[in-house]
Design a protein around this ligand. Sequence first.
Ligand code: SF4
Length: 450
Amino acid sequence: MSVFADDVVTFTSMLKIVYNFLTGNSYLKRKKFREKKKLIAVALPFSDLAFACGAIPVLPIRMEIFEINKYLSALGSATNIFGWNNITKFLGFLKNLEFQSINKTVENIIGEVIETINKKHNQMYDLGVESGIPTDFCYGIKSLYGMYVAKGKNVEANLNFTIRCSAWNKYLESLKTIKNPAKDIWIDVPPRNIGNSLEILTNNFSKAINELENITGITCTDNRLREHFTLRNQICQHYKTIIHEIGASDFFPSNPATFAEILALLTISFHDYNSNVKRYVENMSSLVNEMKERIRKGIGMECSKMPRILITPIFGGWEPKSHEIIYELGGRSLYADWELLGFLENINVSNNSNPIEEYARFIMNISSNKMGCDNDTLTDSYLNLAKKLNVDGLIFFQLFGCHSISNCYKLLRDKLRREEIPSTALTFNKIGENVEQVKTRLGAFMEMFK
Ligand code: SF4
């Protein structure tokens, strides 16, 4: 088998994850119209209750039609014939067609996918602004607003979790002003775990579950909740292995820029597990195995001399060229927002527990101990992860319009300094807008490690 074919065969799961992300539109149409499933819009990784109630959660951008590169669409057609497990036959199939882009490596394909997704985010941002979202909101909110303007009418309801950011909560309120708004299901998350906060949140979840049950017609039993939480716990376990075990190793299963792209793709697809939790668990499990196998076979890159840089936060928007620039400057980048904010923690699924209360406990931990209402707690989350990952430096994205997370950088910088971890802040407004400036800043920052 050629080097190229070996590269693809040993990384099939990543291709499946990107294929499932990009083909959300047709998958969701089939679920909605043929199988009569109910779609529920989610943003941030708050999809679990919708899954447990038998709905199909979706991060609205996945209802868009994406340009799919020729290779991936050929892969899609071939897998309809051969199935994903017969990837070798599929390569033969492509060869018979004398398909030119067969010579693409996984690294090329993933790079192109990232560009496609970023282009779509920018389009959604523009649509959000044209549709009247105030210009002083952050990139993430503007592009989410655009997603709802474009596709919000296709869902039965929006699952709205309030968080520490007042702009976010204001934006959620504004969704009802969009034409043909879907029903809103609200979950108020108490900012601090004091007094009867846990009880309040448990009650709020029970109410939301009732509303979801009314939409799907499916009763959400304790067992359904436990079954779903067991699956999402498995996803999180695999995700942690990729961040902590593979990300910490000195031999990466791809070049470090592609490894960072994989982490970025996981950050995006983790919002709704590509609308199919079982498929996502299987893909994550294969991804971990494939990464380990590639490392064992020596496919990838030795990177012990490359400084390890944590780039965060990225979930509200960031310049995705950063990891490529850092790679060219001799470093390797890690993205781990969901780990940092506590979304990868385990949910207790033991039989004698109350699963709704356990989910409330899990969300309360995120709200009060990870994101925190105060910058001291939040900056501790950044610092703790930086130490745990043993990073050599940290790059912090300050988003235009963000007054909640971005303004904690000064405090974070002081804490990092005390631990002798260099850091720098980059301002961000829109993808691609400031690449030259990012290059200059990162160039100066990476000089420190020479
Ligand atoms: S990036 Fe800042 S303003 Fe935007 S949602 Fe997150 S915390 Fe709020």
